[in-house]
Design a protein around this ligand. Sequence first.
Ligand SMILES: Cc1ncc(COP(=O)(O)O)c(C=O)c1O
Length: 307
Amino acid sequence: MTTRISVNGVIGDDHAQISVLDRGFLYGDSIYEVLRTYRGEPWALEPHLDRLQKSAELLMMGRIDRALIEREMRATIAAAVDAGDGGGGEKHDESYVRVIVTRGTGPISLDLAVAAAPSRVIIVTPVRALDPALYQRGVKVFVVHASGSAVAATHGAKSGNYLPNILALARAREHDAHEALLVDAHGHIAEGSSSNVFARYGETLCTPPLDVGILEGITRRTIIELGREAGMTVEERNLTPEELAAADEVFLTSTLREVLPVTRVDGVLADGDGTLTEETLVGDGKPGAVAHALRRAYRRRVGDPLP
Ligand SMILES: Cc1ncc(COP(=O)(O)O)c(C=O)c1O
């Protein structure tokens, strides 16, 4: 296997270690980014480093060393790809890259002042492509009414503390859904456990606004641009689960999914008469043409067009 992991600049294999006294382990007191390469090059590196910096500020972690992280990331990608070439592992062209910065180690205490220097961990492993059938058939999402704090726990930061999202996804999986959609205390859709969501009504694309407390997805941002370039109106506005289920099309966006059509919305929804229904087809229950066109446009934008 061609996983390579850098811990504070020292590259190892998947046995790489970090102290159990690290606050990332003890408290999820860490921030992270997930990016991937297209044609070997990390896509949207600057926006990901910008978001890492923003997360650092939201968690009162100060400035990150962007140049150092970029150097270590490139070295780890190169090591993973080289190992795939000659080290007996399987060759892979595209890398999944996870960059984690924790507040570091220290005595066990919630007081962040006791932490020593931040720890940097960079995990590079082959990109695991999603099953192509998911794009052909579309996926089911399951609406989870999280408590207000669950949705807003990270306030737009990508922190290591993902338990609300993990539990929401577990509930979705119990209902055979691909992704959970978190709903905030006001009944508005926020985001997926690891994705953003869009709904199309005619020529208008709608996606929840950032002030719901969501993570600003880098893919979301690109899709907003591509939608506008294609002549569509894009609105960042609140959506209820019922409005979502009544859309002409729904799709998820994320670094690893790109643009993934949603064909079924589950969870407890009210239909037009206020009757509660459990599962609703989106549109005619087939993946929409706009999601497909946007995925194609996205792949052109990242420099790796779909065949
Ligand atoms: C909570 C959450 N929202 C949205 C996203 C999508 O972000 P991106 O498009 O930058 O991958 C992610 C990605 O993991 C996420 O964890």
